[in-house]
Design a protein around this ligand. Structure first.
Ligand code: MG
Ligand code: MG
Length: 248
């Protein structure tokens, strides 16, 4: 069942989304050569505590942290730990927050210190894919329109999107119906209606979209070792157009 949220419910989700955006901001600020991914997780936990929010990542199927920190060829679900970031790395940080039972979920990718022009272009292509997806999130368009906008933007940037992982509805739970694939045909799939809230999350790779899971049971890496980025917002569809909830 696909829920349609009332404006007051979306307002609480926006509060949760702001906490997520604040977690992003502190992690972005602290990301530098020499910093461990565990340190970023601690900073994100501090934001949750300060804002009276709880994590929808910690304990999710046993996940041990409040952020996913995925570095270089890691696409999603990287576990924060003792890994020290180095100049030239790229890191994707995905995290969420719960306020009064309502969820937010968002991700971004950034470079660590000086990065290559190729990695910079990859990060930009991922960001543009998400922007293009959000642009078509109008009442009367479809889930297929979102996927088409996402994938065609990635392809135009010389990249490809993961097909094994999708975005999702979000609300009282982090993952609700419907799935929101990062590929699709224009006009196909479920029609977008006011009140639907979707987490759209392009996972864009520089090489082949084939992936593998590491022995830790979580980390998803590209099979060919090419680099990957992950961009996500939680977005409410309204009669006045898409509203991004995971912004400061
Ligand atoms: Mg996420
Ligand atoms: Mg998500």
């Amino acid at each position: 069942m696909v829920f349609r949220r009332k404006p007051d419910e979306v307002a609480v989700m926006r509060r949760a989304g702001r906490v997520v955006a604040e977690m992003h901001a502190v992690c972005r600020e602290a990301t530098a050569p020499g910093v461990t991914t565990a340190h970023l997780d601690r900073l994100a936990r501090d934001v949750l505590d300060r804002r009276g929010a709880t994590s929808n990542f910690l304990g999710y199927h046993g996940f041990p942290a409040v952020i996913c920190a995925s570095v270089n060829d890691e696409v999603v679900h990287g576990i924060p730990g003792g890994r020290t970031l180095e100049a030239g790395d790229i890191i994707s940080i995905d995290c969420g927050a719960i306020i009064d039972g309502w969820h937010g979920d968002a991700a971004f990718t950034m470079g660590v210190g000086e990065i290559s022009a190729d990695d910079d272009a990859l990060i930009e292509t991922g960001r543009r894919s998400l922007d293009a997806a959000i642009e078509v999130m109008h009442v009367g368009n479809t889930i297929g329109d979102i996927g088409h906008a996402t994938e065609s933007t990635a392809i135009a940037g010389g990249c490809s999107v993961l097909r094994d992982y999708t975005g999702h509805g979000i609300g009282r739970a982090m993952h609700e119906a419907p799935d929101v694939p990062n590929h699709g045909k224009p006009g196909k799939g479920r029609t977008l209606k006011a009140g639907m809230v979707l987490a759209v999350e392009p996972m864009v790779v520089a090489g082949d979209p084939e992936v593998a899971e590491l022995d830790d049971g979580w980390t998803v890496v590209t099979a060919d070792g090419s680099r990957a980025v992950h961009w996500e917002h939680s977005i409410a569809i309204t009669d006045d157009g898409p509203q991004i909830l995971t912004l400061l």
